[in-house]
Design a protein around this ligand. Structure first.
Ligand SMILES: Nc1ncnc2c1ncn2[C@@H]1O[C@H](COP(=O)(O)OP(=O)(O)O)[C@@H](O)[C@H]1O
Ligand SMILES: [Mg+2]
Length: 364
């Protein structure tokens, strides 16, 4: 009697394709050793394609809901063929590629008896690309992304929080997918909100248990803006931790390329102007850079300009930095200081040359 058969049946009933796969492989090995090489070969042939790596839409559509509000507690995102590009420092990019490669080769690793734990923690300021990286990984691996926004889940009633967390993990368990816990720090932040300490501890403990049993077989990504709020027990659960920080000069250039690739500009080949733009963008997140450049591009289009000019970008930066409180004088001064010709300032801001000179004389 081969006990593997029992395990295969168990795996089948639980829809645990990896369990079925691994024990079928063990069974085939044993059969071969016991002289039944014909049966062994047939099993190996059946296993050739590895465990199922697709998941049916039906399985993804019936998402878990909060007991009281009846609102869905996860979103499912099916990976699109078209990768949304993320601009990151080379070292960060490499780490992410390594993670993707391990996920892609998980079956081979399992077959060779190498247990991997695919848990990734992303941290960094809002707008630097954590959610984008999770989507990127989903696109690269072809696995659907099951997104659980912890800020929304934790804000519901406490009794439900533990239950909702359990439901999320159950939903994602044994499906070929990536579970993405976004705004993960919400659980820790709740400490000073509506939660009683003892009860919160219970919620966190149940979260840790869920992570432990989930991460042996599945892929888990968590993202947080506040890494300092997560306690050590949580950090330990993640075998890859990546900081997604503010872009440096290289990445800012990469973002300019990415967002302006369909536009002709008067600064792409002008190092001085480009440097100036990079300097003014320093300290901004990729999300900020995107809004600034979108603004400039929109202006270029509505004004039917053929070329996106240096000053268009500078005006967009100025407006981004100053929002409502900006005065026209200050803007003229800013553009002048950054090397925009007075005639160009006048044209762009629909002012006369006399007004421009007036503003600038007042300044000096
Ligand atoms: N590193 C990046 N490269 C390219 N675009 C980015 C990057 N980071 C953020 N963005 C843009 O900003 C938007 C918000 O980023 P997001 O991934 O939600 O940031 P986070 O999750 O860290 O708050 C994204 O939709 C994307 O267009
Ligand atoms: Mg995010």
């Amino acid at each position: 009697m081969y006990t593997e058969i029992l395990k295969i049946i168990e795996g089948g009933l639980l829809k645990d394709t990896k369990k079925v796969y691994n024990f079928a492989k063990l069974l085939a090995d044993k059969l071969e050793k016991d002289g039944d090489s014909k049966m062994s070969k047939m099993i190996f042939r059946a296993l050739e394609n590895g465990p199922a790596t697709t998941v049916t839409m039906d399985e993804l559509l019936t998402t878990p809901v909060d007991q009281e509000s009846r609102l869905s507690i996860v979103d499912v995102e099916v990976p699109s063929k078209e990768a949304s590009p993320v601009v990151l420092p080379i070292l960060v990019e490499n780490k992410i590629r390594d993670f993707v490669n391990v996920v892609k080769h998980q079956n081979q690793l399992l077959v060779n008896g190498i247990e991997t734990s695919n848990t990734l923690l992303l941290y960094g300021k809002p707008g630097c690309g954590k959610t984008s990286v999770a989507k990127f990984i989903s696109e690269q691996t072809g696995l659907p992304l099951i997104v659980a926004r912890f800020d929304a889940i934790v804000s519901s009633l406490l009794g439900n929080t533990a239950k909702n967390i359990r439901k999320i993990f159950d939903f994602a368990d044994n499906k070929p997918c990536i579970l993405f816990l976004d705004e993960f720090d919400a659980i820790a932040k709740a400490r000073d909100d509506q939660y009683e300490l003892g009860e919160l501890k219970r919620v966190i403990n149940s979260l840790l248990q869920n992570i432990d049993s989930f991460s042996k077989q599945n892929i888990l990504i968590a993202a947080t803006n506040h890494p300092e709020l997560l306690d050590k027990a949580i950090w330990r659960r993640f075998n890859t931790v990546i900081e997604i920080g503010l872009p440096g000069d290289e990445e800012l250039l990469g973002l300019l390329d990415l967002h302006l690739k369909d536009f002709t500009t008067d600064f792409t080949d002008d190092k001085k102007k480009q440097d100036k733009i990079i300097r003014l963008l320093e300290g901004k997140t990729p999300s900020d850079v995107k809004s600034i450049l979108n603004k400039a591009k929109a202006q270029c289009i509505v004004n039917e300009k053929q070329v996106l000019a240096f000053e268009d970008v500078l005006i967009a930066i100025y407006e981004f930095n100053n929002h409502a409180a900006s005065s026209i004088e200050k803007m003229v001064e800013f553009l002048n200081e950054n090397g925009v010709a007075q005639l160009a300032i006048a044209e762009n801001l629909k002012l006369s040359m006399r007004q421009i000179r007036n503003y600038l004389n007042k300044q000096s």
